[in-house]
Ligand binder design. Structure first.
Ligand SMILES: NC(=O)C1=CN([C@@H]2O[C@H](COP(=O)(O)OP(=O)(O)OC[C@H]3O[C@@H](n4cnc5c(N)ncnc54)[C@H](OP(=O)(O)O)[C@@H]3O)[C@@H](O)[C@H]2O)C=CC1
Ligand SMILES: O=C1OC[C@@H](O)[C@H](O)[C@H]1O
Length: 442
């Protein structure tokens, strides 16, 4: 497997520079994490493969034609083998749908240079009814996720749904129940969890390199402050518009919570429900412009602090002069992660027994030269969907249903404490196939 542009740097006494050795390969162990079909040699020298050498092909239907639908679909179209050393799964884009017009879907396919076989639909209903499609990627605003994901689940499709999974925890529970009833795969698209840096950091924590983790401080904030007291999003923009479930927490804070959860709760052997205390700054639209949450796990003696703001950026510059976006503190040291929290590309390990020596590991996002050097880093979560579906799994171990639900409950509670409310149309947990959220009749 090609390791592109990754290296370890050490600073402080005894510092070394060089290629990232296999033992600290940031991609993690190949078979356990990536399930490839490479030959295996047994003790007697017999060669076999784990599975068929023909990659499993997952056939995608893309729901919506916006910004993230574009980035994700371009990632699907990259070559898994040459970009990221993946041999066991591949992806095919069967169709894309716009809620409003077939022409929008056609333009989308041209823009991303999709294969000519890809179909364009002018409604989400047509998309979920296409028998060629295995899985629907829901790429609409969070306000729409419950109705849109339910539309796909009701049609018996597997679903990958963008974050935040829903507007309310109750809606998320209903989606999980439906996935169980229909016996299909369902996952919240938290791409960060499938990036090699996250996998490596979870492994480091589990290996005990910084001892038990007692505190994590994580931030994802954008600096959109304007001198007139507003932020630089129009009131209609999905970032601040309550009709589209706007606000910092559901859009950005979920990544801060992702780091708090994937480094603590996810690794707890016996899961403990967190206590939640939140401070919420409301914007004039009614959405939250800044939210700070403390989650506490008293039995584990641990606390997480998840921060987000639309006014104040995480760091003062791209060099991270303002410090790490994520600070993971254990009794034997710390791991500092350089942001942005949704796709960080560097971590440092600072062990208290290492005499001040700091280990720095850098990551890069593979690009496909045959696809205009495209590569955004969402293909790893897509590969995970393919492997789960190939293997008959209904949920992903790295983003289990139960954890999506607990995180939605934490966000529910924080917004409740801050007095943020959203309209009934987008908070109802009653499915309506003819909801304007499904038909696009706004
Ligand atoms: N994982 C990640 O890194 C990112 C995830 N996201 C998530 O993806 C989701 C979409 O975000 P993004 O792509 O930036 O949003 P955009 O506004 O760019 O696109 C949203 C799309 O949803 C469809 N849509 C349907 N109804 C509406 C409506 N009433 N108003 C607006 N759009 C509507 C539209 O497509 P059409 O009309 O063609 O159906 C539109 O293009 C959000 O939940 C966000 O949290 C966003 C950015 C990054
Ligand atoms: O998921 C996201 O990550 C990147 C941000 O720019 C975007 O607003 C958010 O939805």
């Amino acid at each position: 497997m090609a390791i592109r542009g990754r290296f370890i740097r050490e600073t402080g006494p005894g510092a070394q520079t060089g290629e990232c050795p296999a033992a600290i390969n940031p991609m993690g162990p190949r078979r356990s994490q990536f399930g490839n079909n490479d030959p295996i040699e047994d003790d007697e020298g017999n060669i076999s493969t784990m599975a068929s050498n023909t990659p499993f092909t997952l056939k995608w239907g893309i729901m919506a034609t916006g910004w993230i639908a574009d980035a994700f679909t371009r990632d699907l179209l990259t070559n898994p083998t040459t970009t990221r050393g993946v041999h066991d799964v591949r992806h095919e884009v069967v169709a894309v749908a716009s809620s409003s017009a077939k022409e929008r879907a056609e333009e989308f396919l041209v823009k991303i240079k999709a294969p000519s076989s890809a179909k364009a639909y002018g409604s989400y209903h047509e998309l979920v009814a296409d028998p060629e499609i295995d899985i629907i990627y829901v790429a609409t605003p969070h306000s729409h996720h419950f109705q849109n994901a339910m539309l796909a689940l009701e049609a018996g499709k597997n679903v990958l749904c963008e974050k935040s999974l829903t507007v309310t925890a109750s809606q998320a529970h209903k989606l999980v129940d439906k996935a169980k009833e229909k016996n299909v795969f369902f996952m919240e698209a938290v791409w960060t969890r499938y990036q090699p840096i996250s996998i490596k950091i979870r492994e480091l924590i589990q290996s005990g390199v910084i001892g038990p983790v007692y505190r994590v401080v994580a931030d994802l904030s954008f600096g959109n402050d304007k001198p007139d007291g507003t932020v630089s999003f129009a009131d209609t923009n999905r970032m601040v518009n309550p009709d589209l479930a706007g606000g910092a927490l559901l859009d950005l804070g979920i990544y801060s919570l992702t780091w708090v959860f994937q480094t603590m709760y996810h690794l707890q052997k016996e899961k403990e429900k967190p206590k939640v205390v939140a401070a919420v700054q409301k914007y004039h639209t009614g959405a939250d412009e800044a939210t700070s949450i403390i989650v506490q796990w008293p039995q584990h003696k641990s606390q997480g602090i998840a921060l987000t703001s639309l006014r104040l950026a995480t760091g003062v510059d791209k060099e991270n002069t303002g410090g790490p976006a994520i600070r993971i503190q254990g009794s034997g040291g710390e791991i500092h992660v350089t942001g942005p929290a949704y796709r960080p590309l560097q971590y440092k390990v600072i062990r208290s027994d290492a005499g001040g020596k700091i280990e720095t590991v850098d990551f890069s996002i593979p690009k496909d030269p045959e696809r205009d050097d495209w590569g955004h880093g969402m293909f790893w979560e897509a590969d995970e969907c393919a492997r789960c579906i190939r293997d008959g799994k209904k949920e992903s171990e790295s983003m289990p249903w139960e954890e999506s639900l607990v995180i939605m409950e934490v966000m529910d509670e924080a917004l409740k404490q801050g007095g943020v409310t959203y309209p009934d149309l987008i908070t109802t947990d009653v499915f309506d196939a003819q909801s304007p959220l499904n038909t696009g009749k706004r």
